[in-house]
Structures are given as structure tokens and as C-alpha cells.
Design a binder for this molecule. Sequence first.
Ligand SMILES: N[C@@H](CCC(=O)N[C@@H](CS)C(=O)NCC(=O)O)C(=O)O
Length: 212
Amino acid sequence: MISDRKLTFYHSAPSRGNIVHWMLQELGIEFDVKMIDIRNGEGQTPEFLALNPLGKVPTIVHGDTVVTEAAAICCYLADMFPAAGLAPAFDDPMRGEYLRWLFFSPSTIEPALIDRVRKQEAGDRSMSPYRDWDTLMAMLRDVIGNAQPWILGEKFTTVDVVMGSAIRYGRMFDILPETPVFEDYIRRINLRPAYVRMQEIEAPYVEASMAV
Ligand SMILES: N[C@@H](CCC(=O)N[C@@H](CS)C(=O)NCC(=O)O)C(=O)O
């Protein structure tokens, strides 16, 4: 049985691991956490590199299955634990839209945020994963502005965990522009008990990282 498989979450706080931590709290399932101090090279041990050759968190081991990449892990968990209702079923017409926005975050939004931080231009439109900054911003304002209250409609899904994390991160570091559209969506996320739980559990780690 799936629920009999042991689930180990390799995490570091603060980091993209919080996307998966939030997801786990939304699922309300049991898991073990192994904190990896990525700032002190703990991601570079032979044991951890055997799981993820990039030495990156988040990484999970579920039974004998290793999954890396925040969006892939969230997608995997939503499908493995369908009782939480965080993903449309395989035959649901919404499934396509769900996958579209779930992977929009790592493949399109994140490269744009990183280019912006590095003060790099999108460059050749056809080569850029996000076309250009202004077009992406208009699209994001539209998608988030139409969230009622969540990206796929009334139901909160994994898309809100993954894309919501990118929107939060983008605003937290002032990469994304300040607009009521993003602020209102973030306010809704902040009210989710699972999000609050994740923040409370991570607070001591975040504080310790700031003291360094
Ligand atoms: N593409 C990966 C990126 C993960 C990533 O870059 N994680 C960072 C923390 S936010 C990390 O583990 N850095 C440690 C290192 O590279 O040594 C994902 O989306 O999960």
C-alpha cells in the first residue's frame, strides 16, 4: 500500500524546500524530515549526492522512489495521496490546465525571476522561456487576477502551492511588481492553516539562518 511506504523529506530552511513542506502540510500525511545544512556543504555528501546529484533540496524518498524538483515532488505527492483532493483526476478535463500551470512556475516564471535578479534581459524572444518580462507580467496579472479564489477556481490545488510560492518569493524579494492582484492572492495563502503551520515549524531555522 502507498501509505505504508516510508516518506523522507530532505529539506533546508529557508529554501525551495518550503514549497514541498507546505504541500506536505496541506496533505496532512506522515513524513520524516532530514534537515540538510546546504550552507555548510551538507548537500555535497556522497550519501546525499547519490539521491540528488545536484546536491539540492527539496528531495524526497518514498519507499524506493527518489523524486527531486519541487514541482515534480508536489505533482507526485498530489497523485499518490489523492484523498486530499489537491489534483484533478487523470480523466478530469481540468487535468490539462492543472499541469499547464503547475509547470509554468519552474519552467517559465522562475527563469524570468532569476534573469531579473541577475539583471539579465530575456534576449531573443524565441529562445526565452518566458518570451519577455512585460508579456509575462501581463499574463501573471491576468491569471492571478482571475483566481476565484484559487488559480483553478473554487478549489485550492497543487498549482496554488507551486505557483503561489513563486508569486510569494517574487514579491518577498521585490522582483515582481507590487499590485493588489498579487497582494490579495498572497493574503489568501497566508490564511491557509497548512501554510501557517509550515511557517511556524520553519521559523527557528529561518531565524538561525539570518543570525549567521
Ligand atoms: N530546480 C530545483 C532547484 C532546487 C534548488 O536550487 N535548491 C537550492 C535551495 S533553494 C539548493 O538546494 N541549493 C544548495 C546547493 O545548490 O548547494 C527545484 O526546483 O527543486
